[in-house]
Ligand binder design. Structure first.
Ligand SMILES: Nc1nc2c(c(=O)[nH]1)N[C@H]1C(S)=C(S)[C@@H](COP(=O)(O)OP(=O)(O)OC[C@H]3O[C@@H](n4cnc5c(=O)[nH]c(N)nc54)[C@H](O)[C@@H]3O)O[C@H]1N2
Ligand SMILES: Nc1nc2c(c(=O)[nH]1)N[C@H]1C(S)=C(S)[C@@H](COP(=O)(O)OP(=O)(O)OC[C@H]3O[C@@H](n4cnc5c(=O)[nH]c(N)nc54)[C@H](O)[C@@H]3O)O[C@H]1N2
Ligand code: SF4
Ligand SMILES: [Mo]
Length: 724
């Protein structure tokens, strides 16, 4: 702990912001007025308040136990379909998200050089006036397109988008191309929807998981559904070059060679089609393009795939037989962070199509929910101005099938650097840490240096805020309202269980204040957060008071999703896609050979751990305690050959960067791979708990976009490892 203390003292001496950062500890507990008024807290500040977790984007329902105006315990809300009364370790540690001594509790304005981390405290009026004047300057000089906006999925994102569309910029960066573009675009091209819902019912017999590490990369509802399925004896085949916790629970672990999942799935298609194991009547009635698919997969036999995947041909053939025998109660799982290689889109198409061939539609996969969320109201607003400039991320010119609201974030970053087709000058970032999450951190920092102005909305001085000119502190998820969150047939509420500490404010408030200063008042027609929620609830005839007490409201029954029609050009499931053909991409999945590491180098794997979320929770003092020290996984035989022992320090170098880390020697990884936990190696000294721990994989990742989906190829980075 002494390291932590000395860093903290350094911060106090070195950064003007330190005062703001430690204030959180000394703020006397304030009894949340709204919760007291709703009868959820007594006058002493005691009670149980339903709300929603935000330790990750899954947003489980929670019940906060409040004593003397302080949150003392978080439990799952049994009425929420995600948590069903449970919270994962991150959710339970959410207290320290709010009570983190490093919270930023007043707006900050940079005083030192960018990246030095020297800020001064400012009032909201000053910080907002300053931000608005900088944004308006950029708009006047270079046009609205010179302002970049970026944000990762969150409940107030709808108002963030409102701000950017009203401002008139076409440049919007989301995390999605670093995450699941390949899966989303493959589903859009095949089923005409982003992600069909998966049904884990008692009938389910067989699951193929392709790098979907559900036991560690948690989505509470699906993680528990998978656990229950395993307990019932469902067969789970898990493909991952690494022995993860999911591998440990699976019936069969296949340490596939990275980037070759496409070959594996093409071979499954080859067997299922070649041996007539598919559902003929389903294929005839509900799909188009079977002939073209059959022709394409003919050469992709298990014998062809075996040397590529390093999985024996008989294993591939057996799995094809087992999968088909379990049909239609079999699931080929699409995965979630499916951004591994430049062939990831084709891999996703092959997986998607495998499901269609066995006719598991409405048995294992179905269209997700009706349109019940459209039952909610929203504040009135004028139409948006038309953004005339092209987008910097190459959508749609370079990436014609990537939806605009998804975009290609790494391409956007690269074009900030090239200044082509025009130069960007400002960047507005909310609830996102692109300094850590984009590949090739050096490049991201260079892109930051090109900016005249950077503003970040966060709760901490994260790495991105550290390099910003203005930091606008949001109230934590236990201190604020957000727009309502529809889940299934209910709509859930996030409400403050304590009053915000310091001057932290909700994003709904921040965007409205800023919008007014940017001359966009008509786009923000709500008085305050409660007024916003009342406007959302108005068409339902439900009072906010009722929703506050229960934490959710029932929605009227939505339009049922169509059972056997799909929003594709043919109205059917497109095994062969006319949309892809039209823009010059292969219309049926086809083999694309992924690059391999040169002799003596390794594939660099990344992947989530259960005790942290992305790049934003490593400073949480409770989670910090439970997280293993992040080390580089290295195969035991390789380590022995190279004379590297467990715990040794090594230098890991890629084409774009170099880090030092300790090694974990393990048989649980292929010999041609190493693995590094994401989310460490922070740059911000404002994260006094996390700073100095571990190394950053983002420093090493080389930037590549899958040409069809724009997904960043996160495993397509090759590294050398040598004893340091
Ligand atoms: N605890 C926790 N849960 C989370 C998150 C979190 O940060 N923490 N994040 C959430 C988010 S945003 C997402 S997107 C999901 C992601 O959840 P997942 O889709 O499960 O993604 P990852 O954990 O990133 O990677 C999964 C595995 O892919 C393997 N892999 C790498 N390359 C290849 C390859 O070429 N082929 C195969 N078959 N496997 C490969 C890696 O070894 C890794 O174990 O998790 C969500 N849940
Ligand atoms: N090397 C590597 N890179 C990856 C991945 C990987 O596994 N390895 N995974 C990829 C994936 S799947 C994804 S989804 C992306 C994620 O990439 P990002 O979305 O950029 O990363 P996060 O860590 O989720 O960023 C969340 C930020 O929100 C802040 N925050 C937390 N709570 C609040 C709040 O209540 N309000 C506000 N305003 N801010 C808050 C946190 O402090 C943090 O700075 O990264 C991608 N990049
Ligand atoms: S999965 Fe865990 S961190 Fe994510 S919302 Fe649920 S409880 Fe919170
Ligand atoms: Mo993600």
């Amino acid at each position: 702990m002494s390291g932590t203390l000395s860093r903290r003292s350094f911060l106090k001496l070195g950064a003007v912001s330190a005062g703001a950062l430690v204030v959180g500890q000394f703020v006397p507990p304030a009894v949340a007025q709204a919760a007291t008024n709703a009868g959820l807290l007594n006058t002493k500040g005691n009670g149980y308040i339903p709300s929603m977790c935000e330790m990750c984007v899954w947003r489980c329902g929670l019940i906060a136990k409040v004593r003397n105006g302080r949150v003392v315990k978080l439990d799952g809300n049994p009425d929420h379909p995600h948590s069903k009364g449970h919270l994962c370790v991150r959710g339970q540690s959410g207290l320290m998200n709010t009570y983190d001594p490093d919270r930023v509790l007043t707006p900050l304005i940079r005083v030192g050089k960018r990246g030095e981390g020297r800020f001064r405290k400012a009032t909201w009026a000053e910080a907002l006036d300053f931000t608005a004047s900088k944004m308006l300057d950029i708009k006047a000089k270079y046009g609205p397109e010179a302002m970049i906006f970026s944000s990762t999925h969150n409940l107030s994102q709808v108002q963030f988008e409102n701000l950017l569309y009203a401002f008139g910029s076409p440049n919007y960066g989301t995390q999605r191309s670093l995450c699941f573009n390949a899966m989303i675009v493959a589903n859009l091209m095949t089923y005409g929807m982003e992600e069909p819902e998966r049904i884990y019912d008692d009938q389910l017999k067989y699951i193929i998981l392709t790098g979907r590490n559900l036991m560690e990369a948690i989505s509470t509802s699906e993680t528990s559904a998978l656990s229950a399925a395993i307990a019932r004896g469902v067969k789970v085949v898990y493909l991952d070059p690494r022995f993860t916790k999911t591998a440990a629970k699976a019936s069969e672990w296949l340490p596939i060679k990275p980037g070759t999942d496409l070959a594996f799935h093409l071979a499954l298609l080859n067997v299922i089609i070649g041996e007539n194991l598919y559902n003929r009547s389903f294929v005839e009635n509900y799909t188009v393009g079977f002939e073209a698919l059959a022709k394409e997969v003919q050469p992709y036999t298990p014998e062809w795939a075996a040397p590529i995947t390093e999985i024996p041909a008989e294993t591939i053939r057996r799995i094809a037989h087992e999968f088909a025998a379990a049909a239609p109660h079999a699931l080929a799982h699409n995965g979630w962070r499916t951004s591994n290689f430049v062939n990831s889109f084709q891999t996703q198409r092959a997986i998607t199509i495998l499901n269609a061939l066995i006719g598991n539609w409405n048995v294992v996969l179905r269209a997700s929910g009706g349109e019940s969320s459209s039952a909610l109201g929203k504040p009135p607003q004028p139409p948006y101005p038309r953004a005339s400039a092209v987008r910097l991320d190459g959508v749609p010119s370079k990436f014609p099938v990537v939806p605009l609201k998804i975009g290609v974030f790494q391409e956007l970053r690269d074009n900030i650097l090239t200044g082509q087709p025009y130069q960007a000058h400002g960047w507005f970032i909310a609830r996102q840490n692109p300094v850590m999450s984009l590949p090739d951190r050096t490049k991201t920092l260079e892109a930051f240096q090109k900016m005249d102005f950077i503003v970040t909305v966060d709760i901490l001085l994260n790495d991105t805020a550290w390099f910003s000119d203005v930091v606008l502190p949001e109230a934590s998820y236990l201190e604020r309202y957000d727009p309502l969150n529809p889940v299934g047939d209910k709509v859930f509420l996030r409400q403050p269980v304590i009053d915000p500490q310091g001057d932290a404010r909700s994003a709904l408030w921040i965007y409205k204040q800023l919008g007014e200063r940017l001359g966009l008042k008509d786009y923000f027609q709500y008085q305050d957060e409660e007024d916003y929620l009342r406007q959302q609830l108005a068409p339902l005839g439900i009072s906010l008071q009722d929703v506050k007490a229960k934490g959710y409201a029932q929605l009227p029954e939505g339009k049922a999703a169509p059972e056997y029609s799909w929003n594709t050009p043919s109205g059917k499931i497109e095994l062969q896609s006319s949309t892809l053909a039209k823009v010059g991409f292969p219309a049926v999945p086809t083999w694309i050979e992924p690059p391999e590491p040169p002799q003596g180098q390794f594939y660099l794997l990344t992947g989530k751990v259960a005790q942290s979320t992305q790049f934003g929770t490593q400073n949480n003092q409770l989670l910090h305690k439970y997280a293993d020290e992040p080390r580089l996984w290295l195969n035991d035989k390789v380590a022995a050959d190279r004379g590297i022992a467990d715990g040794d320090w090594v230098e890991v170098a890629s084409q774009v960067g170099k880090v030092h880390t300790r090694v974990r020697v393990t048989p649980g990884i292929r010999q041609d791979c190493v693995y590094l936990t994401p989310g460490y190696g922070h740059l911000s000294k404002g994260l006094t708990t996390a700073f100095g721990r571990g190394a950053s994989s983002s420093v090493l990742h080389v930037t590549y976009a899958d040409p069809v989906s724009g997904g960043q190829a996160l495993t397509q980075t090759f590294v050398t490892v040598r004893k340091a």
